[in-house]
Design a protein around this ligand. Structure first.
Ligand code: 3PG
Length: 397
């Protein structure tokens, strides 16, 4: 029986659904980076939210086949270690986008009206209508969305209803909701009243908001980060908060505790202009149900068909330059004879797909090769009476 370990909080209804599908499901939401290796030793599928899946967990696992990040960002999983062991990694992109966008809007309003400070003073018995009556309002203000994927788009939709003028920047696409694109940070950021970051943490985005970027921002502008802490240089941010009176709201920060409750320490606590929430962007019932539904779908599809939805660690491009397409009768040994010809000349197959035509008589096998097959080899393949056609092309430009 396939064993699934869920090492984070997961909605009960979806655990039951997995069990109804004859899976052995172990639920241990209290696991952490240090004790996950032991717990995951004999499981086939591991599901995590923010629990860290390190190299040790992956290397010491005896039958781990698939790790699912029940969320969007997967930088808590050592994907390089998974690659080396042939463990599939998948995520659930977009499923918690609405929840993160909702929090972003909440933080935007909080920064403008200083809602957390209002409440905090009230709890201390302080009445300060004169101070808290100073707010800009969001209507007519300019919002720059940095990172325009699933979450950025949900933020844009909502901000548009507030009558904001919206600009967005994304590596791959800008579309919809009357959003304008911007290319240069140095021109856009000085005009933005609010900047909201929705980027994954990658080598390209690491410390993107550094001293120079922050220097482009208007004095007193609002900066919101609900994505990953690494996209902001926190030292530079602390300086900019002081020198430019930026107002900042962060759902993620560098000293975020790895556990789910306990103490927290951060230099950000000392800054009145900085609001920090407890990495709760994705934590609404709606989002967690959507993520859980997707996770169950990924698991069941994988078990039933071997196909992995939202497969992260599939090579985008293999180092192949040649494609071989063999149409053949769908009979035993035909492909083996083709592979044997390739083996003789030490040609490696980087990728291979065999598709059957309706009726099951003929199949078509497409192979990506690291070296060219010679015309003699192609003739040898064609000599098999069960091979119908062989075509070989160079895919090099
Ligand atoms: C994500 O990448 O999906 C969010 O950061 C959510 O993280 P969480 O599932 O730990 O709340």
């Amino acid at each position: 029986m396939t064993k699934v370990l869920i090492a984070d909080k997961f909605p009960e209804a979806y655990i039951e659904e997995l069990r109804r599908n004859n899976l052995e499901v172990i639920v241990e939401p209290g696991l952490n980076a240090d004790n996950l290796a032991e717990a995951a030793k004999n499981v086939d599928i591991l599901v995590v939210r923010s629990t860290v899946v390190n190299e040790k967990t992956i290397n010491e696992s005896e039958q781990l086949n698939l790790i699912i990040r029940a969320g969007a960002g997967y930088n808590n999983i050592d994907v390089a270690a998974a690659n080396k062991k042939g463990v599939y990694v998948a995520n659930c992109p977009g499923k918690n986008a609405v929840a993160v966008a909702e929090l972003t809007i909440g933080l935007m309003l909080s920064l403008d009206r200083r809602i957390p400070d209002n409440v905090s003073d009230f709890r201390k018995g302080i009445w300060n209508k004169s101070e808290y009556s100073k707010a800009n309002g969001l209507m007519g203000k300019t919002l720059a969305i940095v990172g325009y994927g699933n979450i950025g788009r949900e933020v844009a939709k909502r901000a548009k209803e507030f009558g904001m003028s919206i600009y967005a920047k994304d590596i791959s696409r800008i579309e919809g909701y009357g959003v304008k694109t911007f290319d240069e940070f140095s021109k856009m950021l000085p005009t933005a009243d609010v900047i909201s970051i929705h980027l994954p943490e990658t080598p390209e985005t690491k410390n993107l908001f550094n001293k120079e970027m922050l220097s482009y921002m208007k004095d007193g502008a609002y900066l919101i980060n609900t994505s990953r802490p690494g996209v902001i240089d926190e030292e530079a941010l602390i300086e900019a908060v002081k020198s430019k009176k930026l107002r900042v709201a962060l759902d993620v920060f560098s000293d975020e505790p790895s556990g789910k409750s306990g103490e927290v320490h951060s230099r950000l606590m000392e800054l009145d202009n900085v609001y920090v929430t407890h990495h709760i962007g994705a934590s609404t019932e709606q989002a967690q149900n959507a993520v859980a539904e997707e996770t169950v779908k990924i698991i069941l599809t994988f078990i039933q068909s071997g196909v992995i939805a939202h497969w992260i660690n599939r090579a985008q491009k293999t180092p192949t330059s040649y494609q071989l397409v063999v149409k053949h009768y769908d009979r035993p040994g035909v492909l083996a004879s083709v592979l044997d010809v390739l083996r003789q000349d030490d040609i490696n197959i980087e990728e291979m797909e065999n598709i059957i035509f309706d009726g099951g008589v003929v199949a078509c096998c497409t192979m990506k090769l690291d070296k060219a097959a010679s015309s003699e080899m192609l003739n040898e393949m064609k000599a098999n009476k069960n091979v119908l056609t062989v075509s070989h092309v160079s895919t090099e430009n």
